[in-house]
Ligand binder design. Structure first.
Ligand SMILES: [Zn+2]
Length: 266
């Protein structure tokens, strides 16, 4: 994946980056054992917004977390920092990092270890609280010590609900996949793009009725998927799909009780 996808939203420049691919048994995502493997990309987003450089989600980090060894395989020739470098940015240029939630495939470079020395990292309080309640070996639970340290040291800020991180960059809490899961609207009204995080991370998830074993509240996920994707369609906002291996930038349209993806620009 050598070519970088980017788009203009208002005065902002949005880069869709890459932190490699993971391969896992489908049972890890849908429950049960399906004896089939599933591939997912990781596409952190970098937004040039005036003097700020905002990273949205942060891949697996330097290597696959130990707790996932054997269940997940990480494939990559270049990682997020390599891709940032190719796009002309260094880790020290990042001023803000928004984490949709605390799963290890979203927080890596931001927390383990923190790779952006000049950035404030934004986490929803509710996501942290849920992570504290997870079983000891859970991936979300593993993020808790780093977030708590970040709050103590002043580089991590806990959010309580919706808000504007910067003019034109709004987080909106849309739980289901996790408590306190936040999506990001980049831009205003009909000149906007949507980052869905794990609410709808790939084309198959555009079907609101897909029930995933990885959603802590499947009913909330379903309702929020419908509301958010409907709004994206109404506003004509392209949708950035974090885990989609190909065509991670799409336009969605409703069809029956589901949504379909068209390539952006077509
Ligand atoms: Zn994910």
């Amino acid at each position: 994946m050598a070519t970088e996808t980017s788009l203009e939203v208002g005065q902002m420049h949005v880069h869709i980056l890459d932190d490699g691919m993971f391969v896992t048994d489908a049972g890890n995502l849908f429950g049960g054992s399906r004896k089939a493997s599933i591939k997912g990309a990781m596409h952190p987003i970098l937004v040039e917004a005036g003097d700020d450089l905002v990273l949205i989600d942060a891949g697996f980090g330097p290597e696959l977390p130990e707790m996932l060894e054997g269940r997940y395989e990480l494939r990559r020739e270049e990682n997020l920092l390599d891709h940032m470098d190719e796009a002309g940015f260094a880790a020290g240029d990042v001023t803000r990092v928004i984490l949709s939630h605390l799963d290890p495939d979203h927080v890596g470079w931001a927390l383990n270890p923190p790779s952006f020395p000049n950035a404030t990292v934004y986490v929803q309080q509710a996501a942290l609280e849920e992570a504290r309640q997870m079983p000891q070996k859970d991936g979300r639970r593993a993020a808790v010590p780093a977030v708590e340290r970040g709050v103590e040291e002043g580089w991590c800020e806990l959010l309580e609900g919706d808000g504007e991180v910067l003019p034109g960059i709004k987080v909106e809490v849309r739980p289901g996949h996790s408590a306190g899961h936040q999506i990001v609207w980049i831009g205003e009204s009909d000149d906007a793009a949507l980052y869905t995080g794990d609410l709808a991370p790939a084309k198959i998830w555009l079907d609101p009725n897909l029930i995933a074993g990885v959603d802590t509240d499947p009913e909330a996920a379903r309702k929020n998927r419908i509301e958010v994707l409907s709004e994206a369609e109404e506003r004509g906002a392209p949708v950035i799909l974090y885990h989609e291996p190909q065509d991670s930038l799409v336009k969605v349209r409703s069809e029956g009780d589901s949504f379909k993806a068209d390539s952006f620009g077509s």
